[in-house]
Design a protein around this ligand. Structure first.
Ligand code: ARG
Length: 417
């Protein structure tokens, strides 16, 4: 990205303002440095402003994905799962993570929450991006996800006990140990804490949804994280684990696949955000056998994928607080926008899907005062698409203009001067 010129005026056919749930015709957005100065409908470009005319395009706030893993990507797969486990290290992941960060940004996602990577690579990536050394989205890093021995975060489950794996992990058991691991993550730079409340698809344990922490452990993780001013995201597929996590006071439940009516009610009572990665199922079922993943994992996906989408539809109908999160890294980074069409297919209006990835996501991240809307004082994080995403939300899969903090990242929308 080029260094931001001090004063830029952006015009387009329309601006989607998710915080008002409406559209502003013929917007004129004035950007000073990395911030938005003013938003008007129509009017002339003031003196001293460099003009970017996006013509017939639609402007929106920069998109936010609340659930990614920038350390991994299926394009890194050798086609043999176990070979990758044995031959790849977290340093391999770290070397390529910047490529995926750039793809994410170029796809219009100007902020992401990285819900877990090995060896604090997400902290290093966030810091390099913030320092302007490499392009990428704003990152909230979760560092090492906490999980029980043998559970979804315990990557060595199922291996021979004679194989010794080395390196930092977030595996922690018992109230004292989970408190210590939260402190360790915070010490190493975590912006948010992630823990595995239930089993999962892409791990060895067979249940997919069984709780993997006790209520006391979940309570302790949330209490300790909040004491340090960190929000908590809980991975949970099963109905029971989801309810335990909500009762513990987590800020968001991730996946939320098998949430029941009681869980939906509890989430409303507690104000808990629900994040449903509803595109993932298509990719896993079509590609993971070819990528050499164990058949047991693909079988587990078949147990949750469709039900998760049905749960999502019930959550939309119940008026739950829903934020956009994809689990990109399970599918290729840069494809984050493919989830919008799924969310509309399963019950949201295009405006609701856009709100999930802007205003709602910003609120979940605790950043609603600076991202998620095009408003004075907010970061100049903007995207544009040709066409109208309120008519066809899939246009968000082809973002042609991206500005992050006042710097143009890409522009295939504006006619060349
Ligand atoms: N990381 C998640 C897990 O392993 C992926 C779940 C994907 N499946 C889905 N239907 N969303 O559990």
């Amino acid at each position: 990205a080029s260094p931001p010129p001090a004063h830029v005026a952006i015009t387009a056919a329309r601006l989607i303002a998710p915080e008002q749930g409406k559209v502003i015709e013929h917007p004129l957005v004035l950007v000073d440095g990395d911030r938005i100065r003013e938003v008007r409908s129509g009017g002339d470009v003031p003196d001293g402003y460099e003009k970017i005319d996006l013509g017939a395009a639609t402007l929106l706030p920069g998109l936010i994905d609340c659930h990614v893993h920038l350390g991994g990507d299926p394009t890194l797969s050798s086609g043999n799962y176990y070979e990758d486990v044995l031959k790849r290290s977290v340093i391999d992941d770290a070397v390529t993570a910047h490529v995926f960060a750039r793809r994410t940004l170029e796809a219009g996602f100007t902020t992401v929450r990285n819900l877990g990577s090995g060896a604090y690579l997400d902290v290093a990536l966030r810091n390099a991006i913030d320092a302007g050394r490499i392009p990428g989205p704003r990152i909230l890093a979760a560092t090492l996800p906490l999980g029980a021995t043998g559970g979804h975060a315990d990557d060595t489950t199922g291996f021979s006990p004679y194989i010794q794996f080395h390196g930092a992990t977030g595996v922690a058991d018992g109230v004292e140990a989970v408190r210590r691991q939260v402190r360790e993550d915070v010490k190493r730079g975590a912006d948010v804490i992630k823990f595995m409340a239930s089993a999962g698809v892409l791990s060895a344990e067979e249940s997919v949804g069984a709780p993997q922490y006790s209520q006391a452990e979940m309570d302790a993780i949330v209490d300790e994280s909040h004491r340090w001013g960190r929000k908590v995201a809980a991975h949970a597929h099963g109905a029971e684990a989801i309810k335990m996590a909500i009762k513990a006071g987590v800020d968001s439940v991730e996946h939320s696949s098998l949430i029941d009516d009681e869980g939906l009610k509890l989430a409303r009572q507690h104000g808990t955000w629900l994040v449903f990665d509803v595109y993932n199922d298509d990719y896993i079922l079509s590609e993971y056998a070819r990528l050499g993943y164990p058949a047991t994992m693909v079988e587990k996906e078949k147990k949750v994928g469709r039900l998760q989408r049905e749960s999502f539809r019930r959550a939309v109908q119940a008026g739950e607080k829903l934020a956009f999160g994809t689990d990109a890294g399970v599918y290729p980074h840069g494809w984050n926008g493919k989830q919008f069409a799924k969310m509309v297919e399963w019950g949201m209006t295009p405006m609701q899907a856009i709100q999930a990835a802007t205003t709602n996501a910003a609120e979940l991240l605790g950043r609603a005062d600076r991202i998620g809307a095009v408003k004075p004082g907010y970061y100049a994080d903007l995207v544009a698409v040709s066409g109208d995403p309120l008519a066809d939300v899939a246009t968000l899969e082809r973002v042609g203009f991206v500005m992050k903090g006042g710097a143009v990242v890409r522009n295939e929308v504006a006619p060349k001067p």
